[in-house]
Design a protein around this ligand. Sequence first.
Ligand SMILES: *[C@@H]1O[C@H](CO)[C@@H](O)[C@H](O)[C@H]1NC(C)=O
Ligand SMILES: *[C@@H]1O[C@H](CO)[C@@H](O)[C@H](O)[C@H]1NC(C)=O
Ligand SMILES: *[C@@H]1O[C@H](CO)[C@@H](O)[C@H](O)[C@H]1NC(C)=O
Ligand SMILES: *[C@@H]1O[C@H](CO)[C@@H](O)[C@H](O)[C@H]1NC(C)=O
Ligand SMILES: *[C@@H]1O[C@H](CO)[C@@H](O)[C@H](O)[C@H]1NC(C)=O
Ligand SMILES: *[C@@H]1O[C@H](CO)[C@@H](O)[C@H](O)[C@H]1NC(C)=O
Ligand SMILES: *[C@@H]1O[C@H](CO)[C@@H](O)[C@H](O)[C@H]1NC(C)=O
Length: 925
Amino acid sequence: MLLSFSCCGLLVTFVTGWNNETDRLALLEFKAKITDDPLQVMSSWNDSIHFCQWRGVTCGHRHQRVTVLNLPSSKLVGSISPHIGNLSFLRQITLQNNSLHNEIPLENGYLHRLQVLRLNHNSISGKIPSNLSSCANLKTLLVTYNLLTGEIPAALGTLSKLQYFFIVNNKMIGGIPPSFENLSSLDAFVAFDNNLGGIIPTFFGQLTKLTLFSVLGNRFSGTIPPSISNLSSLILFDIADNQIQGHLPSYIDTTLQNMEEFIIANNQFTGSIPLAIYNASNLGIFQLSLNELSGKVHSLEKLNRISSFLISVNNFGNGGENDLSFLCSLTNSTYLNELEISFNNSGGELPKCIGNFSTTIIYLTLDNNKIYGKIPIEIGNMINLERLSMWNNKLSGNIPSEIGLLQKLIVLELHANNFFGNIPSSLGNLTVLMNLYLLDNNLDGNIPLSLSKCKELFSLSLANNSLNGSISPQVIALSFSTTFLDLSANQFTGALPMEIGNFKNLEYLDISENKFFGKIPTSLGSCVKLETLAMSENLFQGIVPFSLESLRGLENLDLSNNNLSGQIPKFLELFVYLQFLNLSYNNFEGEVPTVGVFKNGSATFVKGNSKLCGGIPKFQLPKCKYQKSKKRKLTLTFKLILSISSGLLGVTLVLSLLFLSSLRKKRKENTSSDLVNLLLNLSYQNLLKATDGFSSTNLIGMGNFGSVYKGILDQGRGRHTIAVKVLNLLHHGASKSFMAECEALQSIRHRNIAKVLHHVLVLTIKRLDIAIDVANALDYLHHHCHTPIIHCDLKPSNVLLDDEMVGHVGDFGLARLLFDATQDCSIHQSSSIGVRGTIGYTPPEYGLGNNLSTYGDIYSYGILLLEMFTGKRPIDDIFQDNLNLHDFVKAVLPEQIIDIIDPILLSVHEREGETRTNNITRNEG
Ligand SMILES: *[C@@H]1O[C@H](CO)[C@@H](O)[C@H](O)[C@H]1NC(C)=O
Ligand SMILES: *[C@@H]1O[C@H](CO)[C@@H](O)[C@H](O)[C@H]1NC(C)=O
Ligand SMILES: *[C@@H]1O[C@H](CO)[C@@H](O)[C@H](O)[C@H]1NC(C)=O
Ligand SMILES: *[C@@H]1O[C@H](CO)[C@@H](O)[C@H](O)[C@H]1NC(C)=O
Ligand SMILES: *[C@@H]1O[C@H](CO)[C@@H](O)[C@H](O)[C@H]1NC(C)=O
Ligand SMILES: *[C@@H]1O[C@H](CO)[C@@H](O)[C@H](O)[C@H]1NC(C)=O
Ligand SMILES: *[C@@H]1O[C@H](CO)[C@@H](O)[C@H](O)[C@H]1NC(C)=O
C-alpha cells in the first residue's frame, strides 16, 4: 500500500514536474536569445529563486505554470525564442518597446490560451505567421511599429474572438482578406502607414462592434462602401492619404452618431459635405483637406465639440458674399482649435463674429480664397492664436494694430493682398513671432523700430511694397535669429548700416530694387551663412569689399545695376557653390577671371561694364592688353607649398598643398620630375577635382588653422595621392603657422616624413612598426637635418599612414628650427601666434616657460607610445585630478601590464594566435 502510494506520488510529481520544468526550460531558452539586457531586467532569472518569481513572469496559482510574460520597455535586444511556444499556459505576451528582431516564431501557434500578444515598437521582421490562427483565444494582436512584410494572413479570419487588430507602421502589402468578414468581435482595425491596397470591403458594414477603423497612409482605392452606414459604434474613421474617390455616402446619420474623428483628407472625393455631418454632435475632428469637394458649408452650430475643422484645398464656396457666414455658427464651439479653409473658392468679407470664437483657437488659415474687405479688429480677441494665414486674398485697409495683441503668434502671413498704410508698431509686441510675411501689398512708411523686439524673427519679407526711409541700425541690430530677409522692391534709401553684420545666421538677403547708396559695408562679410545675396538695382558704389571673401557658401550673388567699380574680386573663383553671378551694369574694370563660376557663361553675367577684358569667349570682351604674369595663372591670394619625396619647391597658389606621394610602382627619378611638372601646373581646378570638390568624404583631418583633404591627382602618366591643406585665413595666426610649415619642410626630406596618407584610425598589429617609423622620423629631424628641427606637436593625429601602413610624421605647423627656437609653441605664449602644442602631449616644462628642445618631442613621443599600447588618450576623462596617463601605466609596471593593454591588441592576438608566430606576440607583449 505504502509502496504503491509513494509510487503514485512519484508519478504525480513526475508529471507535474515535467510540465513546470518545461516552462522553466522554455524561459531559459527565451533568456538565451536575449543578447543584451542593459537594464538587467533578467538578472533575477537564475536558479536561486523559483521561475514564477522571475521578473516579468507570472504563474497561475494552482499549477505553477507561466501565464504572463511581461517585459515591456526594457531595452532588451535579441530575438524571440521559438521555445516560448512551449509555455502552453500563456495568456499574455507583452514585450512591446524593446529591440527585438527576427521573426515572430511560428510555434506561437501552440499557445491555445493566448489572449494578448503585444510586440509593438520592436524591429520584428518577416510575416505575421498564419499559425497564429491556432491561438483561438487571441483578443489583442498588437504589432505596430515593426518591420513586418507580406500580406495579412487569411487564416486570421478564424480568430472569432479577435477584438483589437493593430498593425500600424509596418511594410505590409496586399488587401484586407475576405475571411475578415468572420471577425465578428472586431472592435479596432487599425492599419495605418503600411502599403495595403485594394478596396475597403463591403463586409465591414457587418462588423457592427467596430469602433476604430483607420487605414490612413495606404493605397486603398475604390469608394467608401455604403454599408458603413450600419456601423453605429464607429468613433474613428480615418482613411486619409489613400486614393479613394466618389461621393461621401449620404445616409450616414447612424454612422456619425458616436463619431469623434472623421478624416478623409488627401483622397479624390467629389461632391458636397453630406448633410448628416451637420448633426454629428460628437464630432471633434473633421478633416476633408486635399480633395475635390465643393458646394456650400452650412451652419456648424450643432458641432459644439468640434476642435479641428479642416477643409483646405478643395473647391468650397462660389466666391460670393455668404461663403464665410458659416464661421459665425462656430462661436459656441468651445473646443475649437484649428480652422483651416485655405485654397478654396470662398468670397465675402471676414465676419466680425470671429472675435467671438473660443480663445482655444490656435490655427486660423484663410489664405488663397477670394476674401475682401478689412480684417475686423475683433481678431485681437483670439489671444492664443499661433498661426494666422490670410495671404493671397483681396483684403485691404490697414493691418489692424490689434494683431499686436496676439502675443503667441508664431506665423503671420498677410502677403499678396491690398493692405495699405503703415506696418503697425504693435507687431513689435509679438515676441515669439518667427515668420512675418507682408510682401506684395501697398504698405508705406518706415519699418517700425519696435520690430527689433521680435527676437525670434526667423524670416521677414516686406518685399514689393512702398516702404521708405532708411534702415535704422536698431532694427537690424538685434535680430540674431533672422535667416531670411527680403526688403526688395521698395523705396528704401540711405546706406546699408554696418550692423547688417549682426545677422550672423542670415542665409538669404535681398535688398534689390531700392535706393540704397554708399559702399557695400565690409561687415557683410560676417554673414558667413549667406547663400543668396541680391543687391541689384540700387546706387551702391566703390569696390566689392575683400571681406566678402568669407561668404564661401554663396550660391547666388547679384550685384547688377549699381555703380560698383574696381576689379572683379578674384576670390569669387573659389566660391564652389556659386551658381549665379550677376555683375552686369556696373563700372568693373580689368580682367574677367576664367575659372570657377566664371567658366560658365550661363551662370555669370558681366554685361554693361565697359572697362572689362578677357574672360571666356562667350562674354565677347576685348583681350586684355597687359602681359599675364606666370603667377597670375594661379590665384594669388594664398600660398602653396609642395613637398615631394625627392625634392621641394614652393610656389604661390590658392591653397596650401602638402605632402605628396607618387605612384608606388613608378621609377623614382621619373616620378620626381613628373611630379615637379605636374605640381607646377596645378590649378585650383585641379585641386577641386582631385578632392571631389573638397567633399567631406575626403576630409581626413581638421585643426585650428584649416582642414586637410585627401585627393587623387589623375594626370599625365599616373595617379598620385596628395594631401591638400586648406588654411582658414580667418584664424589669426594661420598664415604664420603656415610659414613655419613651409620653412620646416624646405629643409627636410626623409621617407618617414609624411608622404601620404590615411589618417591614423586603427592601430592594430602594426603598432610596433609604426612606433618605430615615428622614432626614425624624429631621429632624422633631431639629428640628421642641416639644422635640427623640433616638431612641437607630435600626437597620433599627426601620424599619417600610407597604403603600406608605413607611418609618416606630418603637420609641421608648429615646427621650429632649433637655432631660432623661441618659446612660440609653448602653452603660455600660445596667444602670440594663436597656437599651442596639444594639451596632454606637450611636455609640462613648456608650460613653465622653458625653452623648446628636442627632449620635448621625446616626451610627446613617450605619451604617443603609451597611447598606442593602452588605447587611452592622455586627455581621456579618467585622467583628471592627479591621475595622468604616465602614472596610470607606471602603477601597473611590471606585473599587471596586461590589465592596461588596449583590449584590441589582445583580441587580435587571440584571433591570430595560431597563425602568427609566438615571436611576434612575445615581442609585442
Ligand atoms: C512543479 O510543481 C510541483 C507541484 O506543484 C512542485 O512540487 C515542484 O517544486 C515544481 N517544480 C518546479 C521546478 O517549479
Ligand atoms: C519545446 O517542445 C518541443 C516539442 O515538444 C521540444 O522538442 C523542445 O525541447 C521543448 N523545449 C523546451 C525548452 O522544453
Ligand atoms: C539571482 O537572482 C537573485 C534574485 O534576484 C539575485 O539576488 C542574484 O544576484 C542573482 N544571481 C546571479 C548570479 O545573478
Ligand atoms: C520605451 O522604453 C523606454 C525605455 O526603454 C522608455 O523611456 C519609453 O518611455 C518607452 N516608450 C513607450 C512608448 O513606452
Ligand atoms: C505552423 O506552420 C507550419 C508551416 O507554416 C506548420 O508546419 C506547423 O505545423 C504549424 N504549427 C501549428 C501549431 O499550427
Ligand atoms: C450659442 O449658444 C447660445 C446659448 O445656448 C444660443 O442662444 C446661441 O444661439 C448659440 N449660437 C450659435 C451660433 O450656435
Ligand atoms: C504692447 O503690449 C502692451 C501690453 O502688453 C501694450 O501696453 C502696448 O501698448 C503694446 N504696444 C503696442 C505698440 O501696441
